[in-house]
Design a protein around this ligand. Structure first.
Ligand code: URA
Length: 436
């Protein structure tokens, strides 16, 4: 078999066999294939797509490129959640300690930022010394000990996804349904959870721009799960505006801590976290009644159990737990610039993509695969969609380390905000839930 023939076959839109996909993935993982061939193949897949069976075979090959975490009988209880990527999307960070505090064991493999979207790993690594580089054994031991672990794809776990993920990020090949489905589902299956919920996002800040495309992707992922004997629930949610008020790595962790401490009780982050947590409590059979489940989750927040679990997770993964009570322990930006409204009315919309792009210009994301990121920078949205605004009110705050970057970021943020005279309808977070 020759890689060039596999690229050519995909270029012509033909279906690749299981053997061809396995050969491609093993050549990727043993480094016998150069990046330029892998990149050419990714672009061919981007243009030509893949059938459901090809996507399932690709997912399987990525899983088999490394080890799988085997929790044995215990795996039936383990829960995992993954988002297809958004802006300000910190729901993993709010949800995971909450569910772990509810006694649901969690083993999660997360990703770094991809394209304009933020990554859970980058966010968590803004906590000084926090590391997601856990071995399979460390993941298993940590879940058994404290009920929760957040790892990342490594040389042992889905290594092929690690290589493809970095290449996709810099070759404009992220927004492809088979590539997203295989990347997400492979990590979820390799991490060994029995219960998986996927948050499939649509809108300006997501890779799928319309709810219809997100539903198609969600269905594909649920069916790929079925091919590989894994039951997956996919929830299609809006990413038209950034989630919560903070966009940027350390800023998002601070907002998550505020939620876990019980200081954020309304708004999209609280709503989505409780929605996902309730679905998880029902999926794992811990509750059969939604209302009781929600009340129980709120109690975990108000009694401090959720934030205590987050602290335990930070300590277990080497991070500095003092960040919870002392935000000055996070990397700090040099400049904090408040930008004011020039008219009055209501916030009509805040474009998630433009907000993300502005933050990336500040240094919150990567341009090339090994670029360092600046954990301290980002944007805080002082106003959100539907809120009233008066001329001169602070609309948003830029956290930056370079005046020139601040100006570039401001250009995008000014475009992202739209003000209107009539109060707009509230954004519905959940569009559809797809079950196996
Ligand atoms: N998250 C992933 O892990 N992979 C993707 O392709 C998109 C989001």
């Amino acid at each position: 078999m020759r890689i060039v023939d596999i690229i050519d076959k995909k270029k012509q839109g033909k279906e690749l066999s299981k053997d061809e996909i396995n050969y491609f993935i093993s050549s990727l993982t043993d480094n016998s294939m150069p990046d330029y061939q892998a990149s050419a193949w990714l672009m061919a897949v981007w243009f030509r797509g893949m059938s459901e069976i090809e996507t399932a075979n690709l997912t399987d090959a990525i899983i088999n490129s490394g080890d799988c975490i085997d929790f044995g009988e215990f795996s039936k209880q383990i829960f995992d959640k993954h988002s297809t990527g958004g802006v300000g999307d910190k729901v993993t960070i709010t949800l995971i300690p909450l569910l772990a505090a509810a006694g649901i064991p969690i083993a999660k493999l997360s990703g770094k930022g991809l394209g304009h979207t933020g990554g859970t790993i980058d966010k968590l690594e803004s906590i000084p010394n926090f590391s997601c580089r856990l071995s399979v054994e460390e993941m298993i031991n940590q879940v058994k000990k404290i009920g929760v672990a957040i790892g990342q794809q490594t040389n042992n776990l889905t290594p092929a996804d690690g290589i493809l993920y970095s290449l996709r990020d810099v070759t404009a090949t992220i927004d492809s349904m088979p590539l997203i489905a295989s990347s997400v589902v492979s990590k979820k299956i390799a991490a060994g959870a029995g219960h998986i919920i996927l948050d499939v996002k649509y809108g300006s800040g997501a890779f799928m721009k319309t709810p219809q495309d997100a539903v198609e992707l969600a269905k594909l992922m649920v069916r790929v799960g079925k091919h590989l004997n894994k039951s997956i629930i996919a929830v299609v949610t809006s990413m038209e505006e950034p989630l919560g008020r903070a966009v940027g790595n350390a800023l998002e962790i601070i907002e998550s801590i505020e939620f876990l401490k019980g200081n954020i009780i309304k708004g999209d982050i609280a709503e989505l976290t409780y929605d996902f947590a309730t679905i998880a409590l029902m999926q794992t059979g811990k509750f059969i009644d939604e209302e009781t489940a929600r009340a129980y989750l709120k109690e975990l927040i108000y009694t401090g159990k959720a934030i205590d679990k987050f602290k335990e997770l930070i300590i277990a993964q080497g991070g500095d737990p003092e960040v919870i009570n002392n935000y000055s322990k996070f990397p700090q930006s040099q400049f904090k610039i408040e930008v004011k409204a020039k008219s009055s009315g209501y916030i009509k919309r805040i474009d998630a993509y433009k907000t993300a792009y502005g933050c990336k210009l500040l240094g919150a994301g990567r341009d090339k695969k090994n670029d360092p990121i600046d954990y301290s920078v980002g944007v805080f949205l002082n106003k959100k969609t539907g809120e009233p605004v008066a001329n001169g009110d602070v609309l948003y705050t830029i956290y930056s380390n370079a005046p020139a970057k601040t100006e570039e970021c401001k250009k995008y943020l000014d475009e992202a905000f739209e003000i209107c005279t009539e109060k707009p309808a509230a954004i519905k977070q959940i569009y559809e839930i797809i079950k196996p």
